[in-house]
Design a binder for this molecule. Sequence first.
Ligand code: FMN
Length: 367
Amino acid sequence: MRGADALLQPLTAGAMQLANRIWMAPLTRLRSIEPGDVPGPLASTYYRQRASAGLIVSEAAHISPQAKGYAGAPGIFSPEQVKAWQGVTEAVHAAGGRIVLQLWHVGRVSHCEVQPGGLAPVAPSALPSQGRTSLRDAEGRPVRAACSVPRALERVELPGIVDAYAMATRRARQAGFDGVEIHAAHGYLLQQFLCSGSNQRTDDYGGVIENRARLCLEAVDACCAEWSSGHVGIRIFPFPPMPDLTDDDPQGNAFYLVEQLAQRHLAYLHVSEPDWVGGAELPEAFREGLRARYPGVIVGSGAYTVEDAVVRLERGWIDAVAFGRAFIANPDLPARIRHDRLWATPDSGTFYGGGAAGYTDYPVMGD
Ligand SMILES: Cc1cc2nc3c(=O)[nH]c(=O)nc-3n(C[C@H](O)[C@H](O)[C@H](O)COP(=O)(O)O)c2cc1C
């Protein structure tokens, strides 16, 4: 068997039967309609064009108005949003694809301007993110902006956030998705709770890792209770290379979380690897440790080549690969891998905001 053929083999991920192991990673494109945060008119076409992925993980969708951080990102809390997402899932299914919705609460990676009532964003502790978010200018174009200083969540507010994950799962199911992916990566709310540097709480959601992981695991359990564990995946981001996401024991804490997740028999564990944003490559010992603790489906993502994916699949470290930027420019990426064709280069100037250009106008092979 040719190396890349291993990626073209079918895979069962929880309740989902997938045609291949080449997944489309979640990609925020900031083309939704405001007000309302409703997926735009081209979203169905965009996702349908990419339906040959083994699984599409949608762009992140905020689970409540408070969970929003980026102007132009879609939500999953209103009937209008559900209706628009229905168009997307129908288009993908008609083309033979599978698609899960990525569930997002940004926490402190937000701005008063996109928060309900112009209020401060929320976080485990009142520590600002050093990252930036994206707003819209008067012409609707995306503009980068420093994040607003957050306020610390009250203990009594946390059950409401867990409920919002469950409600979002219910709506994703209504919208016809094949499952949901909990976004516990990239320094958003759940990872803000997980990391000791961003979580300085003194209640039972702060302090030791068992406490810092509590909100994340409660969100997971709420989504599983709402649907079933076979329809729930999660994305994690071990060793985040951001200065405001320091951790007392990055490897030990990641292993703790993964052990807890393994007990829940989720559809999959999606590992966003840190080297695509300037971090070091994951050490082999860490990959071995992850596999030893997680017998289910592991998906690797982040600056992967086909060769990386094949080697890591053969070594048993991953079961599938998720490509991000390559899927933007190559809607038919699995066919290009199958036929060993060249990949088009994505234009980063059209990643965020705008219309069809750089979104639905990338050709497939032979066009
Ligand atoms: C334009 C863009 C938008 C992204 N949006 C998301 C997102 O919504 N959720 C998420 O978990 N990761 C997001 N990511 C990260 C990607 O899923 C992926 O991890 C990253 O692009 C590295 O993979 P690649 O080297 O194959 O592109 C985004 C990346 C890019 C370039």
